[in-house]
Write a protein that binds this ligand. Structure first.
Ligand code: 5AD
Ligand code: SF4
Length: 491
C-alpha cells in the first residue's frame, strides 16, 4: 500500500519505471524535490486549490488528485489565488460547461499577480475535443489538460507541466500546454494515494464508465466503456478504510447493478455487497447509481436482510412515458418501473426512494408529461432531482426532431418541481417523534451550537451538539420536521 512507500528514498536519477503504480511514485518523488527547492527559494509553502463540479464520481476523483498533490508537497488552500488551481469538470448539462468558462475568466486576473501560479483542467468536459480547442484558443494560459481515463497518471502529468513552466534545460518547450486525453481505456490502477474529505466516510469506486447509451446522455462518450474493479481490490480498499476509522462507505458507479459482468470471474453487485457487509467497523453501506433495467431480485433480497445497507435507493426514472423512455433508450416501460417500485416497497416499507427526472426530452407531448406526473404521484419519491433537458452535441437525442420550445419546458419543469416538493414534504413528516440512528457529519454552518447528520434513509437532521460527535452514529429523537430536514435531540 502507498502508506508504506518512502518517497524520499526513490532514486530519481534513474529512468522512471514502466509499471504502475511505481511509475507514479517516481514522479511524485521527483516533484517533491522540485517543490522543496522552490519553497526554500520563495520562503513559503506552495499551495493548491481544487474545485469539483458534478457527481460523486468526480468528488472521489478529486480526493485522489488531492492525495497526490499533498504527497508532492503542496498545501491545501481555500482560495483560488493558490499556486496551483485545478478544476475537475462535468459536462452532463450545458450549464456545467458554462460554469467552468466563467471560473477560467476569473482566474486569469489572479494569474497575472502570481508568477508561480499553474492551472489545470480535468474531468468529463475535457473529453470533448471542441472544448479542448476552445481552451487552447481562448484560455491559452492553462498549463495542463487531462481527461477521465488517465487521472492515475496525474503525478507524471503534473511533473511535465511543472518542468515546462519552471525548470530550464528540459526538452519540452517552455510555456506549451500539456494535453493528455485518452479516448478510452481498460486499465484501472490500484494503490495510489487519496486524501479523504471526511475521516469517517468515503466513496469507493467499484466500476468506471457506462455501456447504456441513454440517447440524451454524454457520459458513455466521456467516461468510456464499462469496466469493473476486481472484487478483491474493492474489499481490500474497504478493509483499509475501516481500519482507518471509516464507518460509512458509498459504492460508486454509473450503473452499479451491472457491476462485475466483465470480470474474468463474474461477480454480481449483490454478492459484492454481501462481502462488504462482513467487514468489521463498516456500519453503513450506500451505493449510487442504480439503473432500473438491471435491478435484480437478488439485490432487493440482500438489501432487505442487511443491517448495514442503508434504507435508501436512488432509482432514476428519467420519464414516466413509455414512448419517451423508448426514445431515451432506457429499456423499461412505465409499468415495469412502477412494478419495480412496488416490489422494493413491499420488501422494505421503510425505504427512501429518490430519483432523477428529465423534462422536455425531444418530442415530449403534454400527454407524455402527464405520464411523468402520474409516476411521480404513484411512486411517491422522497426526493427527486429534476432537470431541464440539455442538448449534448454528439448524442442521438441532439439530432432528434421536435425539440420542445423553452417556454413549454419551463412550465412543465415548474409544475413537476412543485409536485415533487409537496410529496417529499408530506413524506418527511412521518418520522417525527421517532428515534433514529444518525451519523453526525459536521458542525452546522449557520449555528455552531448545532451539528448536522444523516439518517440511514439519507434524511438530514440538525441537533444540539459539538464537534466531538462528528463521525459517530448516535440515537436521536426527531422532535420536529421542517420540510426537508428534521430537528432532533440526543436520546
Ligand atoms: N439533459 C438533462 N439531464 C441530463 N442528465 C443526463 N444527461 C442529461 C441531459 N442531456 C441527468 C439524468 C441523469 C443525471 C445524472 O443527469 O437525469 O440521471
Ligand atoms: Fe448516462 Fe444512461 Fe449511463 Fe446513466 S445509465 S450514465 S444516464 S448513459
Amino acid at each position: 500500500m502507498y502508506q508504506e512507500i518512502d518517497l524520499d528514498k526513490i532514486d530519481i536519477s534513474k529512468e522512471p519505471p514502466t509499471e504502475e503504480p511505481a511509475r507514479q511514485y517516481y514522479f511524485i518523488a521527483k516533484c517533491r524535490r522540485y517543490v522543496k527547492e522552490f519553497e526554500k527559494q520563495l520562503g513559503r509553502r506552495l499551495t493548491f486549490f481544487t474545485q469539483t463540479f458534478g457527481c460523486q464520481m468526480n468528488a472521489r476523483d478529486s480526493e485522489k488528485l488531492t492525495g497526490i498533490l499533498e504527497q508532492i508537497g503542496y498545501a491545501a488552500d481555500e482560495s483560488e489565488e493558490a499556486d496551483f488551481v485545478l478544476y475537475n469538470t462535468c459536462t452532463v448539462r450545458e450549464n456545467a460547461n458554462n460554469k467552468v468558462y466563467g471560473r477560467l475568466g476569473y482566474l486569469n486576473g489572479f494569474r497575472k499577480k502570481n508568477p508561480m501560479m499553474m492551472t489545470a483542467l480535468c474531468g468529463c468536459m475535457m473529453q470533448e475535443p471542441l472544448v479542448v480547442e476552445k481552451i487552447k484558443h481562448s484560455y491559452s494560459f492553462v498549463d495542463l489538460i487531462f481527461g477521465t481515463h488517465n487521472i492515475y497518471k496525474f503525478a507524471e502529468l503534473f511533473c511535465a507541466a511543472f518542468e515546462n513552466r519552471f525548470i530550464a534545460n528540459t526538452p519540452k518547450k517552455k510555456g506549451a500546454m500539456i494535453i493528455d486525453i485518452w479516448k478510452d481505456t481498460d486499465k484501472t490502477v490500484e494503490d495510489l494515494p487519496a486524501k479523504r474529505k471526511y475521516f469517517f466516510k468515503s466513496g469507493v469506486n467499484i466500476m468506471f464508465g457506462c455501456n447504456n447509451f441513454c440517447s440524451y446522455c454524454i457520459v458513455p462518450y466521456v467516461r468510456g466503456r464499462e469496466r469493473s474493479r476486481e472484487a478483491k481490490d474493492i474489499i481490500r480498499e474497504i478493509e483499509t478504510l475501516a481500519k482507518d476509522g471509516v464507518v460509512e462507505i458509498m459504492l460508486l458507479g454509473q450503473n452499479v447493478n451491472s457491476y462485475g459482468r466483465n470480470l474474468k470471474e463474474p461477480v454480481t453487485f449483490a454478492q459484492l455487497l454481501k462481502e462488504a457487509e462482513k467487514i468489521e467497523g463498516i456500519e453503513r453501506i450506500r451505493f449510487m447509481t442504480s439503473h432500473p433495467k438491471d435491478l435484480s431480485d437478488e439485490l432487493i433480497e440482500v438489501m432487505k436482510n442487511s443491517k448495514k445497507i442503508c434504507r435508501h435507493l436512488h432509482l432514476p426514472l428519467q420519464s414516466g412515458s413509455t414512448d419517451i423512455l423508448e426514445k431515451m433508450n432506457r429499456k423499461y416501460t412505465k409499468e415495469q418501473y412502477l412494478g419495480l417500485v412496488e416490489k422494493i416497497k413491499a420488501a422494505m416499507p421503510d425505504i427512501a426512494l429518490t430519483t432523477d427526472i428529465i423534462v422536455g426530452f425531444p418530442g415530449e407531448t403534454e400527454a407524455d408529461f402527464a405520464e411523468t406526473m402520474d409516476v411521480v404521484r404513484k411512486a411517491e419519491f422522497d426526493s427527486a432531482f429534476t432537470f431541464i433537458y440539455s442538448r449534448r452535441t454528439g448524442t442521438p437525442a441532439a439530432a432528434m426532431e421536435n425539440q420542445v420550445p423553452e417556454d413549454i419546458v419551463k412550465k412543465r419543469f415548474d409544475c413537476l418541481l412543485k409536485e415533487v416538493q409537496e410529496i417529499a414534504a408530506g413524506k418527511a413528516m412521518k418520522y417525527t417523534g421517532s428515534v433514529q440512528k444518525v451519523l453526525v457529519e459536521h458542525v452546522n454552518e449557520q449555528d455552531s451550537h448545532l451539528v448536522t447528520g444523516r439518517m440511514s434513509n439519507n434524511s438530514v437532521v440538525h441537533l444540539p451538539g459539538t464537534a466531538d460527535l462528528i463521525g459517530k452514529i448516535i440515537e436521536v429523537r426527531l422532535t420536529e420536521c421542517r420540510g426537508f430536514y428534521y430537528i432532533g435531540e440526543v436520546k
